[in-house]
Design a protein around this ligand. Sequence first.
Ligand SMILES: Nc1ncnc2c1ncn2[C@@H]1O[C@H](COP(=O)(O)OP(=O)(O)OP(=O)(O)O)[C@@H](O)[C@H]1O
Length: 259
Amino acid sequence: MENVEKHILSTKELTIGYGVKVVAEHINFSLEAGTLCGIVGANGIGKSTLLRTLGSFQPKLEGRIYLKGKALEDHSPSEMAQKLSVVLTEPPASKNLTVQELIALGRQPYTNWLGSLTASDKEHINQSINAFLLNDLRNVKCHELSDGQLQRVLIARAMAQDTPLILLDEPTTHLDLYHKVQILKLLQQLAHENQKTIVFTTHEIDLAIQLCDKTLILDGVNNPFGAPCELIEQHHFERLFPSEMIQFDAKTGTFKVNK
Ligand SMILES: Nc1ncnc2c1ncn2[C@@H]1O[C@H](COP(=O)(O)OP(=O)(O)OP(=O)(O)O)[C@@H](O)[C@H]1O
């Protein structure tokens, strides 16, 4: 059996879904520290369900999920909060907070019951504010932010939580191309420079191919996983959408519409 301990996150024959409804099965992948991984696939194939299952927001149906070699279900809530941070698509309930206050919430797993911030907490908060280019916005209320700015704040909060693993559900939805690339490059930088393992769901397959170290393609069959260039060589992207409408160009790593 593969050594699951060196991996930050791994799954073995994972089945996800709701009650008796299986959404996807045979999900197998493993990720080491410092890896940016995109989960791609057609609408309704199960990307968000997988992300919520990995984040322990809903139970798996079958198989195993390991966080640093330990089964996900064996973690206490406080152990989870120190290993894993999650950015979901729903806007936060606390939009009346300033940018700095919302990012400071990321330090909750480490603060005492009064919520007092230590010098180390403040350093993590400032590093996150700077890394996500939020210095000018630190005193602005979150409800006054654009979608792209709010997305940066939510990711900065996850960075402030300082977990080895960060999960994000569609972090680039509603953003223009420039801001999609900006967010994904910031995530790539966070993964590579801070040795974080970052997993996100996306419809931006072209960008995921260009920027991710690993990609999981949910295809409803065997869910191929690997480096984007390996998956291109193995022709997996060609099978994602009906070829009479959309063709994958393996040379450029992009999709083209049949006219
Ligand atoms: N709470 C729920 N109960 C039962 N079925 C659900 C529930 N939420 C989602 N589903 C179903 O699970 C399947 C996968 O949905 P999911 O949202 O995970 O797909 P997705 O790949 O993220 O889709 P999209 O690309 O459209 O966001 C769909 O058939 C969906 O209808």
